[in-house]
Design a protein around this ligand. Structure first.
Ligand SMILES: Nc1ncnc2c1ncn2[C@@H]1O[C@H](COP(=O)(O)OP(=O)(O)OP(=O)(O)O)[C@@H](O)[C@H]1O
Length: 292
């Protein structure tokens, strides 16, 4: 896969605050790239530069190998967390209005179908539910048939079913070969959608790879979770951490760990075994739990 968007040595300062400290990123054509990080890590500042909305203080952004220029906005779509739409427009009116902003626009009927707006096309946009509003905003971000789509926390505030539904839409957009840059505070969303993730902290990229490789690099294959803390003594030698009232023991081979726990008289009642996930990774790398 070739690189569609590249950032080289990107920096952003606000007075004395170094929000983004010279980051490099490569976003491949057709991939869904997740930018994750705790509050204040520099994600929004980075995203705004990648979207061409603000200028970096240093560094360069290349789109299809060339520095971004005034034509860049025609090639990208942005779904903001909030978009102010003029009053008294129906869903379909909103699509028509946004289409008029571009030299080239998508087929609106196809967009209605793709984003499941058929049943609400004649409804006033201010009467939509959270999930319906997000689907409209997604359609608006696709109005110019962009090659590259930016989604900024697209499912924040949606109920589980609406989130699931939105993920399915993103999968259909991915199947069309579009490249997506996504920020999210939901690790299950990143795991579901992203081919590559970059974790930012204190203005730097501290890890970047496929979710599977990041997890394989940082963890053993399994995490055994038991309620409470390990007793003092030999059991303490197990690679473990205590978090949220549970002891989490990392291991590749389960049997030796389970027999060691039994040998030390530790009750296996309520024990669970799971795979490491992006929440574990995020916590390990940044020391923060993600806002849910
Ligand atoms: N317009 C601004 N003026 C001054 N400081 C800013 C401005 N925008 C961001 N910052 C600061 O830059 C740093 C990075 O902020 P940024 O919003 O990029 O982080 P973030 O990772 O998007 O955080 P969040 O998840 O909370 O949105 C923070 O210290 C923030 O306070």
């Amino acid at each position: 896969m070739t690189a569609l968007l590249q950032a080289r040595g990107l920096k952003k300062n606000y007075g004395d605050i170094e929000a983004v400290k010279g980051i490099n990123l490569t976003i491949k054509q057709g991939c869904c790239f997740g930018l994750l990080g705790p509050n204040g890590a520099g994600k929004s500042s980075t995203l705004e530069m990648l979207e061409g909305l603000t200028k970096p203080h240093a560094g360069q952004i290349l789109f299809a190998g060339k520095p971004i220029d005034k034509h860049y906005t025609q090639r990208i779509g942005i779904q903001f967390q909030q978009t102010t739409l003029p009053d008294y427009l129906t869903v379909f009116d909103c699509l028509k209005l946004f289409a008029s902003f571009y030299r080239h626009s998508a087929d609106l009927e196809q967009l209605v179908e793709l984003c499941q707006l058929g049943e609400i096309r004649e409804q006033m946009h201010f009467h939509l539910s959270g999930g319906q509003k997000q689907r409209l905003l997604l359609a608006l971000s696709l109005i110019n048939e962009p090659d590259l789509l930016f989604l900024d926390e697209p499912t924040t505030g949606l109920d589980p079913q609406a989130r699931q539904n939105f993920w399915e839409l993103i999968h259909s957009i991915k199947r069309q070969g579009k490249t997506i840059v996504l920020t999210t505070h939901y690790m299950d969303e990143a795991e579901q959608l992203c081919d590559t993730i970059a974790i930012m902290d204190h203005g730097k990229i501290i890890a970047e790879d496929t979710p599977a490789k990041l997890l394989a690099n940082e963890f053993y294959q399994n995490i055994v979770c038991i309620d409470g803390e390990l007793p003092q003594g030999e059991a303490q030698q197990l690679k473990h951490q205590y978090r949220g009232g549970q002891t989490l023991i990392e291991c590749d081979q389960l049997e030796p760990v389970l027999s060691q726990l039994s040998r030390h008289g530790i009750s296996l009642q309520g024990l669970t075994i799971r795979k490491p996930n992006l929440d574990d990774l995020f916590l390990k790398l940044t020391g923060h739990q993600l806002r849910a």
